[in-house]
Write a new protein. Structure first.
Length: 384
């Protein structure tokens, strides 16, 4: 029997962890050798950013909820480090699973490495090559602390090689594919059945809730936007420029913007209030509702890495509101466009991209939909 501690704290991590936890449960039906200890740092704590995901994804209740909450990067990471260390000292796991690039990821990796517990990093090797991004620092440090590096793409493997991170000397580096692809294959059809978001927003008639009409798919009535990265929200000039672009895009069709708490706070602080007739601000939505919004949008404008990939898998045009992306494969495939943050360029790119529903060149660049199974098998092989 091996005990594995899973560290999560933000909504994308809940989705990824649910997928791997489901693979652990299936593995245990055959061999019953893995005990998972779920540790929630509390980085996201609002119901719509946290609790709803546990309910919707059937994710087990965390064994530990650390209640860290918000704060500066240093303060938040420091408190997490202290509290995670206490849990690890008590539980003594054989390995620690961390996901992505948040402060919870780095704190989990640091606490584990200092206690000589092997770190397994899911989504290893991603790089934006922009050190000013907090997420980039978290990725770099976590990868260099990790024993198991589970990469989602071939490019991620190459990124690690350039930094001298290769298999050998006790380090395992594997291209397992993307756990988010596993997740979208599992939850996409479920979202169609359970989600009421399109009806709630007035895009469907009450009688069409269960069977979305083909006309709604062929002629989407809205753009979907997401905006949460610190590089955009914490720079009033960039944020104002993006909101200006969304305002103009909204002249052609309504822009639906689920408002991240960070974005809402900054907008209120700087009195940035978009035209509500063209930009529909809504509360953060659950995962199944988000998938349904993405699937039926005219196009998606986002600074989220996860949403870029979901747009790719759902075959919806995507414009990334950044100057670079960790998911360069989606750009190389021709599906994703780096639109930047200047209003004029965003508007221009939207007009070019909408309606160009091109066939994807290579749907397998993110694996075969079995990344979570491979992760569990590798951990069992090397840790048991």
């Amino acid at each position: 029997m091996i005990k594995i501690a899973t560290i999560v704290g933000a909504r994308p991590q809940f989705i990824k962890a649910a997928t791997v936890s489901r693979a652990i449960q299936k593995f245990n039906k055959r061999k019953n050798r893995i005990q998972e200890i779920l540790v929630h740092t509390g980085q996201h704590y609002d119901y719509l950013m946290d609790r709803v995901f546990f309910e919707e994804l059937d994710l087990s209740e965390p064994h530990y909820h650390l209640g860290v909450g918000s704060g500066s990067h240093g303060k938040q990471t420091g408190i997490m480090l202290e509290r995670i260390e206490a849990v690890l000292q008590k539980e003594k796991p054989g390995a620690v699973l961390v996901y992505g690039d948040t402060n919870s990821t780095l704190a989990g990796a640091l606490a584990s490495a200092k206690l000589n517990i092997p770190v397994a990093h899911v989504e290893a090797g991603l790089r934006s090559h922009r050190r000013s991004m907090p997420e980039e620092i978290n990725r770099l440090l976590t990868d260099h602390l990790s024993t198991f590096l589970f990469c989602p793409t071939t490019q991620a493997i190459k990124n690690l090689e350039k930094e001298g991170i290769r298999p050998g000397k006790g380090r395992i580096v594997k291209n397992v594919g993307d756990v988010m692809y596993d997740s979208i294959l599992y939850y996409s059809s479920l979202g169609e059945k359970r989600s009421t978001i399109l009806k709630d927003l007035g895009f469907l008639t009450p009688n069409s809730q269960q069977n979305i009409p083909q006309s709604a798919i062929r002629n989407p009535q809205y753009y979907l936007a997401t905006l949460h990265r610190a590089e955009n929200t914490d720079d009033p000039k960039r944020l104002k420029s993006i909101l200006k672009a969304l305002h103009q895009v909204g002249k052609e069709a309504l822009v639906v913007l689920p408002l991240h708490p960070r974005t809402k706070k900054v907008m209120e602080m700087h009195h940035l209030s978009p035209d509500h007739e063209r930009i529909k601000l809504i509360e953060p939505v659950s995962y199944l509702n988000m998938l349904n919004l993405e699937k039926h949008a005219r196009a998606i404008l986002t600074d989220s890495g996860g949403v870029q990939k979901e747009a790719y898998w759902l075959k919806v045009p995507c414009l990334t509101l950044r100057d670079e992306t960790e998911w360069i494969e989606t750009v190389k495939s021709g599906w994703n466009v780096l639109a930047g943050t200047k209003a004029e360029r965003i508007i221009k790119e939207v007009r070019k991209e909408v309606g160009r529903r091109r066939p994807l060149k290579n749907m397998k660049i993110f694996g075969d939909g079995k990344a979570s199974v491979k992760i569990v098998e590798h951990l069992a092989r090397y840790c048991l």
